[in-house]
Design a protein around this ligand. Sequence first.
Ligand code: GUN
Ligand code: FE
Length: 426
Amino acid sequence: MQEHAFVIRGDFCWSRTPQELHQVRNGWLVCENGCSAGVFPELPERYRNLPVLDYRGHLIVPGLTDLHVHAPQYTFRGLGMDLELLDWLNTYTFPEESHYGDLAYAETAYRRFVEDMRHGPNTRACVFATTHVDATVLLMDLLEKSGLVTMVGKVNMDRNCPDTLGEGSAEASDRHTRDWLRRIQGRYERTTPILTPRFIPSCTDDLMERLGRIQKETGLPVQSHLSENPGEIAWVQELCPFSKFYGDAYDAFGLFGGENCPTIMAHCVWSGDEEIARMKERGVYVAHCPDSNTNLSSGIAPVRRFLEEGVPMGLGSDVAAGTHVSIFRSMSEALQVSKLRWRLVDPSRKALTAHEVFYLGSVGGGSFFGKVGSFDPGYELDAVVLDDRRYTPQSGMTLEQRLERMIYLSEDRDVVHKLVKGRALF
Ligand code: GUN
Ligand code: FE
């Protein structure tokens, strides 16, 4: 009856809204043609002859989405955290990213990044590469082979960076971007391009105009950085005196959301009323990156407010300003910084809950990819099977408690099976 169908047995948790956590203990998840047909407490008669993956006693959650990660920065995680953003970029990041002009270097580094991502709990990611076309295509080839589903951006930069990384001119950056898009056309099933102006300080108005044109022609999504650090924000105001606020500088070039321009902006730590209103109006996604915001002393994003206002949002590792790619880690970090924000910054808005961060890391970010991040019927089937038995020798823990503990404790080695769009990665 079904072209490609099977059943997974185990203990399931998934969310639909920030408030609702669904749980089925000892249930049956049916996968048909890469999508969920639902989780059932008893296996319905019509599915009785399907093959069964038996993971009884394991906790099974939807695959997690990393909405913001820099693949070339994986090599220097944990270094230079004494600096703020702009100094960190100049001292560590730009010199490291310059190495990706060397394909042999890129291959060694990108293999490690992809291998680690493949084994952890993430099934989707929006990835920054570097300005180099060859290395970006190499990264996309490796990601495609991994079975993960990713959006990958060749980065655009034509000012305020070393010559080894910058593209020399807006015209060259435009040409490289078009070459890159031509080279990957029709090449992948699970890997798609996303336009990636690094941030306003790296892109001249001329380049932003050109990228706005490419976006209109192609309808491609966009990812960048927004309102991360006070020094950065002041600089953007100098560079783009016409802008009313940082996000308005992207908007001036047609690179800030709207129906035909799906957009992710990382950080939004210092977004004010006008910026938040514009993001809400345009459906711009926030990639909340709590580890990065702590490490670079950027601040604490107003996540409760984004949730209250219905600004779409997910979590990002932001490696290498963040140190780990597991979005479980980002969930616990989001919980922790939200408590500090409540205590130290804004006692009028409550800290986040475990449900809420689980929502953000699964269906919150997953929704940028479509129907992703949930086990509700019709969602693409991304599932992570966790062997949490070593954490729960004691009996009587609820599924919800087991999930809460995995948010804080889980390690990549706990992921014993992983499905992306219904396909097993290992
Ligand atoms: N803003 C521009 N580039 C970067 C980057 O690589 N990391 C972070 N955290 N912020 C940025
Ligand atoms: Fe970043």
